[in-house]
Design a protein around this ligand. Structure first.
Ligand code: ACO
Length: 323
């Protein structure tokens, strides 16, 4: 017998306002065609002025709980991945905890930028397999529209707002790769690459700051590191690339997604792609893609999924799970 963390519910929330690429043509020297061709993005959602990350996260959490047929009383812990929390503190996770009416358990945020959800899943899995929690809500939620420099065409057209969530539950498995649930994880970071992707402000430097990115440099690291982390996690699970039913990648750029699938020897038919509709929602992009992939009828019980992400830090990683 082996303890496994099994996904028993998934949900997402996207703010109402949809912004097509063409809207940027009014204010920037850019075109719908450039954005589509270079990134695969066609539109993104932006939060309303009074809408915060914890608002989006709460709605995604409620959807995941409903999908699981559970209530907040059934949850022991919330792990929320975000780089755009409402306040410096308390954590967005504790704000979601209160909004859900959850008075038991514990909640905390995880910050690994675009790799945040993979880090959160891995931490939640560790809580479950070590017996510290039985059911964990794992959320990715972001309002990256708040940290855009709207005069920088090389970044502001790429990001969007949204939230996704899963409910993980402790279940017994046989300890084989046939088990449902999280089978293996792989986490990495290398702080020497800070200058490739960062926000030029923060509490200790007394400003909110704006996202700065050397996009082509990040691109150069992405395909290689994503392929390696996905294959390392698969290997740890005793599986290989040909066992994968779905790659559910971080949705930053369709060319990175295609390049990674190709390097892994998998066709795009095995990849859940949402970047055209959501843009890069950082830590929210993988749970959003899991939820949309299930809604579309792509992801089914028993499917083998590998999620992979890279972002600021650099930080990157992968999780292999059977749905
Ligand atoms: N419209 C028109 N032209 C533009 C735009 C725009 N919106 N943005 C940049 N350009 C121009 C540049 O100025 C440059 O012009 P120049 O050659 O005259 O200098 C030219 O287009 C090419 O720029 P590159 O940056 O080399 O273009 P590239 O093909 O690399 O595409 C992109 C840029 C889309 C940013 C790509 O590099 C990318 O997706 N990088 C990775 C992003 C990523 O994965 N980030 C990680 C996660 S994010 C996180 O952790 C928060």
């Amino acid at each position: 017998m082996a303890g496994r963390s099994v996904v028993v519910g998934v949900g997402h929330y996207l703010p109402q306002r949809v912004v097509p690429n063409s809207e940027f043509e009014n204010t920037l020297d850019t075109t719908d065609e450039w954005i589509k061709t270079r990134s695969g993005i066609e539109r993104r959602h932006f939060a309303a002025e009074d809408e915060t990350t914890s608002d989006l996260a709460t709605k995604a959490a409620e959807a995941a709980l409903a999908d699981a047929g559970l209530t907040a009383d059934d949850i022991d812990a919330i792990v929320l991945a975000t780089s755009t929390a409402d306040l410096t503190f308390p954590s967005a996770a504790t704000m979601v905890q209160a909004r859900l009416g959850m008075t038991q358990g514990f909640a905390f945020d995880v910050q690994a930028v675009c790799a945040g959800f993979v880090f959160a899943l891995s931490n939640a899995n560790a809580l479950i397999v070590s017996g510290q929690a039985k059911r964990v809500l794992v959320i990715g939620a972001e309002t990256f529209s708040r940290i855009m420099d709207w005069t920088d065409r090389s970044t502001c057209v790429l990001f969007g707002d949204g939230a996704g969530a899963v409910v993980l539950e402790a279940q017994d498995g046989n300890g084989t790769a046939e088990d449902r649930g999280i089978l293996a994880t792989d986490l990495n970071s290398d702080g020497r690459y800070k200058d490739l992707l960062y926000v030029d402000g923060g509490v200790s430097t007394q400003s909110t700051g704006h996202l700065r990115m050397q996009g082509n440099q990040v691109f150069r690291h992405a395909v290689e590191k994503l392929t390696k982390t996905a294959e390392t996690a698969l290997d740890r699970a005793g599986l290989s690339n040909s066992d994968v039913d779905w790659i559910v990648p971080h949705q930053a750029n369709i060319r990175i997604i295609q390049g990674t699938a190709k390097k892994m020897g998998l066709p795009m038919e095995n990849v859940v792609v949402t970047v055209q509709d959501h843009g890069n929602t950082s830590a929210a992009s993988i749970p959003l893609a899991l939820s949309v992939g299930k809604e579309r009828g792509q992801i089914k019980p028993g499917d083998l999924i590998v999620t992979e992400a890279i972002g600021g830090g650099l930080a990157w990683g992968a999780v292999v799970l059977r749905w």
